[in-house]
Ligand binder design. Sequence first.
Ligand SMILES: [Zn+2]
Length: 271
Amino acid sequence: MLKVLTLGCLLSMAITTYADVRLTVFNCGELRFPDITAFGLANDATDVREMFVPCYLVEHPKGRLLWDTGLPLGAAGQGDVALDDGSMRYARSIVAQLADRGLTPADIDLLALSHFHFDHAGGANAFADATLLIQQTEYDAAFLHAQTNPVFDKTLYAALETSRKRLLNGDHDVFGDGTVRIVSAPGHTPGHQVLLLALKKNGPLMLSGDLYHFRASRTLRAVPVFNSSKEQSLASMAHVESLLAATRATFWIEHDMALARTLKLSPAFYD
Ligand SMILES: [Zn+2]
């Protein structure tokens, strides 16, 4: 609890005293799953079957951080692409959308993924020159034991094998001033993490990763059957909910399509 309160104080200070941080949201694809029972939900728990797939650019005076890289780059411009249990669609790649902003992958200083599943690591190979911020536990699962775990597709991020890394063991203050904080939230994968931002105008904002996939997942505390640990997932949900209460942060479920339809996408931004 002390940790939560301290973070809350830091964030309220951040709003008035810390650096200007700018968040840009990109449409990095859409997913459709006709059957959602794999997400730990009965099919009548919600009628939502589509998921938004975002990428986020965080611009701080000390550098640019890309949070999540969307669907596989090869799916871009291909129309509906079949998956085992659904389909995906990706209009324009994150690399092309960054180019619209006058940015190339070389302009990205730091790369962090909520976790290494295909809909978050899909563009990772393009950002091998960035420093990767990754939990040690996620590194072990995604790089050392990927062949034993079917939810990790190493071909999507093989180029990161040799990239510079900050191996994390828990929460991490990315720029050292409290404005951009990675919060460890394991369970979906061994090193799953969420991102807590202190934006001056918009206030504190948390990006969920895949802590929840649907709004109903949050209401029902639904744990997908493919999560690495149900116990850790529930503990992470409890921890994040207490952080949200302490910081009064806005909470974006990254895959929430209804939310996505209300968001300003690139080139607009949140600051
Ligand atoms: Zn996902």
